[in-house]
Design a protein around this ligand. Structure first.
Ligand SMILES: C[S@@+](CC[C@H](N)C(=O)[O-])C[C@H]1O[C@@H](n2cnc3c(N)ncnc32)[C@H](O)[C@@H]1O
Length: 276
């Protein structure tokens, strides 16, 4: 069980006070208490799971795609963007399987990771991702149950963004790394199978939304092409929100183009006073 690595990082979703671990539950000193699930994660969500939470089938598909190495180029990009020294705490919001977070934490001992996702199925997986990664269920839109100025690096990879909360939980000078699909990402595949589109101005809108809260440092576009089997193509389509629309299944291998924007933001120095 890896939940203990979240000590001094979690805040009560009801009152914001620090949550401390007790036997099989975490509680704040106002008396709010949350049970640790049998599978090792902590559920701090205040409401029901929303419709866009990842399902077990989507997570299985994503785990197979990640295991096949298709997104290793993204892992390398993330590795290059996160320093090896001075990073003690990494939070991933919308962490899914916890794949990228676990890789970064494993390579940076004694750093600890916090995987946050609104899906309980995702939290179950992330709880097993790595022993220095803790897993929590929470909704990014309802505020992060994380202490102010406690996070060195925040990752948001193909997941919802809450810039106000990102700025609140980052320590001054901490980095947010946001990964989004570039316009060319899976363009042919999206056209052929009628998959969800990507807005032409996605990059500009991201910068606009983050600008009042975090400083844009740089954006890098990572690219990869490859010929994939029909099975991997099917997983690639069904590991994300397209799964909710039941698109046709590929029957033959095809070449795909992946193009991903990795954008780094910095929390301004002195923007938040770190709590003791
Ligand atoms: C496309 S997946 C990406 C998962 C992971 N970052 C990756 O790249 O492998 C998006 C994730 O965001 C989660 N998610 C969706 N809405 C959320 C919300 N409001 N709060 C927290 N997580 C959310 C989903 O459950 C899903 O695991």
């Amino acid at each position: 069980m890896s939940l203990h690595v979240a000590h001094h990082l979690l805040a009560c979703p009801h009152c914001g006070r620090e949550l401390v671990p007790l036997e099989q539950r975490w509680a704040c000193d106002a008396g709010h208490s949350f049970d640790v699930a049998r599978q090792g994660y902590l559920n701090l969500a205040n409401g029901p799971e929303p419709a866009n939470a990842d399902t077990t089938a989507m997570l299985d598909a994503r785990a197979r795609v990640q295991a096949a190495g298709l997104f290793d180029f993204l892992s390398r990009g993330l590795d290059g963007a996160v320093p090896y020294t001075g990073v003690q705490t990494v939070l991933e919001v919308g962490a899914g399987t916890g794949h990228y977070l676990a890789q970064l934490i494993e390579a940076r001992p004694p750093a600890r990771g916090l995987a946050l996702d609104v899906s309980r199925a995702a939290a179950r997986r992330a709880a097993k991702a790595y022993h220095r990664v803790a897993s929590v269920v929470a909704d990014v839109w309802r505020g992060l149950p994380v202490r102010e100025a406690s996070i060195d690096v925040l990752l948001c990879i193909f997941a919802p963004r809450n810039p106000v909360e990102f700025a609140r939980v980052l320590r001054p000078g901490g980095r947010a790394i946001v990964v989004t699909p570039a316009a060319a990402h899976l363009a042919e595949l999206r056209q052929r199978y009628g998959l969800l589109g990507i807005e032409d101005d996605k990059r500009e809108r991201l910068l606009e939304r983050m600008a009042p809260h975090l400083v844009h440092e740089h954006t890098t576009t990572l690219k990869q092409t490859g010929t994939l089997s029909a099975e991997v193509l099917d997983d690639l389509i069904r590991m994300g929100p397209n799964a909710h629309h039941d698109p046709p299944r590929p029957t033959a291998p095809e070449e795909v183009r992946l193009a991903i924007d990795l954008t780094v933001f910095r929390a301004p120095p002195g923007s938040r006073a770190a709590k003791p």
